[in-house]
Design a protein around this ligand. Structure first.
Ligand SMILES: NC(=O)c1ccc[n+]([C@@H]2O[C@H](COP(=O)([O-])OP(=O)(O)OC[C@H]3O[C@@H](n4cnc5c(N)ncnc54)[C@H](OP(=O)(O)O)[C@@H]3O)[C@@H](O)[C@H]2O)c1
Length: 511
């Protein structure tokens, strides 16, 4: 059977699999959490799979006073702790020789001169043809500073090879700051050089939404307002803020989860079929569908959204703190740790179909899923039978930690009488493919090295997503919550969230 290419010709898993372009990758924030827990393990996994360029080197930079050797030692220690695979000692020993370190503060202009010099040396030594990938694994407050300084010393220019800049999330704090950040980045960098990352899109299960919808003839005809009753997107976390109170106080779940990851998933579920898997064809369709989301008016915010904050509670038999008792969190914090939102998409496919999104911390289980609930079958046939009600069919796309697809339908219980029971057809990724576990960053890094921007956000997509979220943030800011905290840790969110969906005669799936 022919293999299908989900992304462009260079996609992993296609018959055209090949290592990315030669390059030097520079990680700003090389002493940080993201680097050790996700980036390095992802790069190592690419090396294990033969997908890292043959000519590849990496320069880490941060304020810590490390040498090349002590950086290599540190990374060698970290990789053993955070690798997602069995550790391949000889491969790592060879790989680690390609690592370099440059100490420096991001606000020191001289540090960028030194970086340019080291890059030239490393480029010549590893024959990376002038290709450079800069990864901003740093706090968002320094994104534009670094981008500007790189441009100032000529590192954004694409004279000998390409030069790309990966920008981490969050991209902006609101619509205006995202707009400003785009403008500041674009002063020195062209749009095709800016790669805005959303690691959710690196997940196989998210990418599979497109394959599932568009490679299977049986689902696409049902994927519209005629057959779909509503859609539920859930990102539930069991954890609290895990010592990141400082960051979370300035963020909240709407910014941290919904405006980026969840709106991206919504776009995949609801977009029109693109003509090809080329980056811009897909991104155009995503912008189009998010642009069709009915604007949330201030009145709608009161009726279509719910926010919450957890108090202390019991989870798995352990007592856990309330949000306001967490370190670095204000005692009267108004930051939401839970949000539920009802959105409509104003186009022919989805007119009148509600999309319910909810996400929160300290919920009873960890789960990311998309449930497509189909319309009920008419009950006339079952009127004179013992069947009291017909449950609607539901298609469940499980993103994490379970990774699979499930279709729920009604079946007759064996016996002389007509009794029905909901049964489930289940596909599980791990069982079907036995894929090695990754971090989610492998695909994204590989794509960037291979110049495939499909999974990265263009500036108009970022703006469109903020346009949906901004009116909610505005109303929430001007009307401080009066009932916070309003759900105990370990429960499935505030009561108002249940009412949001129950008012429409529907119910959340259990978390
Ligand atoms: N961690 C995750 O799981 C995760 C997931 C998704 C996205 N992100 C995003 O990734 C980015 C980095 O997150 P992180 O968790 O790795 O943060 P982190 O642990 O705080 O690391 C930040 C890094 O930036 C360096 N840094 C900060 N200010 C600097 C300055 N003025 N000059 C030089 N170096 C400076 C720090 O170096 P020093 O050690 O010298 O301070 C450190 O290496 C953030 O934008 C975050 O939102 C993180």
């Amino acid at each position: 059977m022919a293999e299908m290419t989900l992304r462009s010709e260079a996609a992993i898993g296609s018959t055209h699999e090949r290592p990315g372009d030669p390059c030097v990758m520079v990680i700003f924030g090389a002493s940080g959490d993201l680097t050790k827990r996700l980036l390095m393990p992802a790069i190592y996994n690419l090396a294990c799979d033969g997908l890292l360029p043959h000519c590849f080197a990496l320069i880490g930079t941060a304020r810590n006073d490390m040498t090349h050797d002590s950086f290599r030692d540190q990374m060698s220690k970290d990789i053993r702790q955070f690798t997602t695979r069995d550790f391949n000692e000889p491969l790592w020993d060879e790989f680690v020789r390609n690592l370099y370190y440059l100490p420096g503060s991001f606000d020191d202009p001289d540090a960028y001169q030194r970086l340019a010099q080291l890059l030239a040396e490393v480029d010549a030594k590893h024959q990376t043809r002038g290709n450079r990938l800069f990864y901003l694994a740093v706090p968002p407050t320094v994104f534009s500073l670094i981008a500007h300084q790189l441009g100032r010393v000529g590192l954004a220019r694409e004279e000998q090879g390409w030069s790309r800049l990966i920008v981490e999330k969050p991209f902006g704090h609101d619509r205006e700051s995202a707009h400003n950040l785009n403008r500041e980045l674009q002063e020195q960098w062209q749009e095709h050089q800016i790669w805005r990352i959303d690691h959710y899109l690196g997940k196989e299960t998210v990418q599979n939404i497109l394959a599932f919808r568009f490679a299977n003839g049986i689902f696409e005809p049902l994927w519209n307002r005629r057959y779909v009753d509503h859609v539920q997107l859930t990102v539930a976390e069991k954890v609290g803020v895990e010592g990141r109170g400082n960051y979370y106080e300035r963020s909240g779940v709407l910014r941290d989860m919904m405006q980026n990851h969840m709106f991206q998933m919504l776009a995949y579920v609801a977009m029109e079929p693109p003509n090809s898997f080329r980056a811009d064809d897909i991104r155009n369709k995503k912008v189009e569908v998010l642009g069709a989301v009915h604007p949330v008016t201030p009145e709608n915010v009161l009726t279509h959204t719910v926010r919450g904050q957890y108090s202390g509670g019991t989870m798995d038999g352990n007592i856990v703190l309330g949000y306001r008792e967490e370190p670095d969190v204000a005692k009267d914090s108004r930051t939401e740790t839970f949000a539920a939102v009802k959105l409509f998409i104003d186009n022919w496919r989805w007119h009148g179909v509600p999309f319910y999104l909810r996400s929160g911390k300290r919920l009873p289980s960890r789960r990311t899923e998309i449930a497509i609930q189909f319309k009920h079958a008419p009950e006339v046939l079952f009127r004179d039978t013992p069947v009291e009600r017909l449950d609607a069919n539901q298609l469940l796309l499980q993103i994490q930690p379970e990774q699979g697809i499930e279709l729920a339908f009604e079946a007759k219980v064996p016996g002389p009488l007509m009794h029905l029971q909901t049964v489930r057809m289940h596909f599980e990724y791990q069982e079907a493919f036995h894929a090695a576990r990754g971090t989610g960053y492998e695909t994204l890094l590989y794509d960037c090295l291979s110049n495939d921007a499909t999974l990265f956000s263009r500036s108009d997509l970022v703006d469109t997503a903020w346009k949906i979220a901004q009116p909610i943030l505005d109303v929430w800011t001007s009307l401080p919550p009066r009932d916070f905290p309003n759900y105990p840790a370990g429960t499935s969110g505030p009561k108002d969230a249940d009412q949001l969906i129950e008012r429409d005669g529907r119910q959340w799936r259990r978390i």
